[in-house]
Design a protein around this ligand. Structure first.
Ligand code: GAL
Length: 353
């Protein structure tokens, strides 16, 4: 577990900017550690049903390890979360070519994504932190100088509220998410296949090679992708369904039921130790990713290696590849307007039956 005395392993300067470790604590004594490098969550410590304090997210003990991470551990993700096919899109009749940092495609905004930036901490309290970031026009090929503010707040009710908002001085496209790798049984304790998951969605995006979404969503009914009732994550994960093969596990986008722009319950997860996570967001979609690409090369905070299916990510977002999918394109941020993503991770305990 990351403890306060480890702060020196996070204190450094990167590109001339100070980096540090910050801690949010609520009145119950539950806590979240984070760093302004990538606005990344390092640990979330909450009690299980027996009162045992459990660190429910993957992460590392030093800034060096985060610098070597290419899995977006705990990070704020932008300026465009998920994939943009073939690294290009059209906006206002003009074609923009953006970084192709994943084969032919753009993943999570390209090489200069939020996860690799040092954010400026502008406000900080016991249970709150606010950071800003400036992304210049043309970075990774995206138009518009983007001013981004992101904040984390840990409430007395054990809700971790993430807000990310941005304005641009020219029309552009954006998509933000938060990339925690959860294991509610405790970081590094094994796989998450026995976690029970419900996603408030009956439609998901099928993909083509490269995890690219190009067509309209389809019904989850009768497929391994149906989490509309509660189901163990591992129940169908080894299915030979072609979409499961393409994703090497779950790495798919769900369209949330009855999306209306308000903050809604997106998903709920329950582990054997009684820890229950509810994910709420104002975003229309959510990616489920089961750490399919983990190859055991990363060693986590407690000294255990991170293996395939050792965590799950639930990433509220706009539709992947939205700028190239006219019917799902909510990603255009007009000059002078504000785009805001809200994601709430709410922790509690209940019995798993
Ligand atoms: C997810 C994405 C995965 C993988 C991961 C980062 O959002 O869907 O395919 O790229 O991020 O390693």
């Amino acid at each position: 577990m990351v403890i306060a005395s480890d702060i020196e392993k996070f204190q450094t300067y990167l590109n001339g900017k100070p980096v540090s470790l910050y801690k949010l604590v609520n009145l119950k004594g539950n806590e979240v550690s984070l760093t302004n490098y990538g606005a990344r969550i390092i640990s979330i410590i909450v009690p299980d049903k027996f009162g045992v304090k459990t660190d429910v997210v993957l992460g590392f003990n030093s800034i060096e390890e985060y610098l070597n991470d290419n899995t977006y551990q705990g990070a704020a993700v932008g300026r465009f979360a998920n994939r943009i096919a073939f690294g290009k899109f059209k906006l206002n009749g003009q074609e923009y070519k953006i970084s192709q940092n994943l084969g032919e495609h753009c993943l999570h905004g390209g090489y200069e994504g939020f996860q690799s930036k040092v954010w400026d901490v502008i406000e900080q309290g016991d249970d709150y932190i606010e950071m800003t970031l400036f992304c210049p026009d043309g970075e990774d090929g995206f138009p518009g100088n983007l001013n981004v503010t992101c904040s984390y707040r840990l409430t007395i009710n054990d809700e971790l509220i993430f807000e990310c908002k941005a304005t641009s001085d020219a029309d552009t496209v954006v998509n933000f998410t938060q990339h925690n790798y959860f294991n509610l049984m405790g970081e590094g304790t094994g796989d998450i296949l026995k976690h029970k998951l419900k996603i408030f969605s009956t439609k998901y995006d099928e993909q083509v090679e490269g995890n690219i979404c190009i067509s309209d969503p389809v019904s989850v009914s009768g497929t391994p992708f149906d989490f509309s009732g509660e189901k163990l994550i591992g129940q169908d994960i080894h299915s030979s369904h072609p979409q499961m093969r393409l994703g090497h596990g779950y790495d798919h986008n769900y369209h949330i039921n009855d999306f209306d722009g308000s903050v809604k319950l997106v998903a709920s997860v329950l582990a054997d130790n009684g820890i229950n996570l509810k994910v709420k967001s104002n975003q229309p979609c959510c990616q489920l990713y089961t750490f399919n690409w983990a190859d055991g090369s990363q060693t986590g905070k407690s000294g255990n290696k991170y293996h395939k299916f050792g965590a799950f990510c639930l990433e509220p977002q706009l539709a992947p590849n939205a700028p190239n999918r006219p019917s799902f394109n909510k990603s255009v941020l007009r000059k002078g307007e504000v785009f805001q993503t809200v994601i709430i991770h709410s922790f509690g305990v209940e019995d798993k039956n």
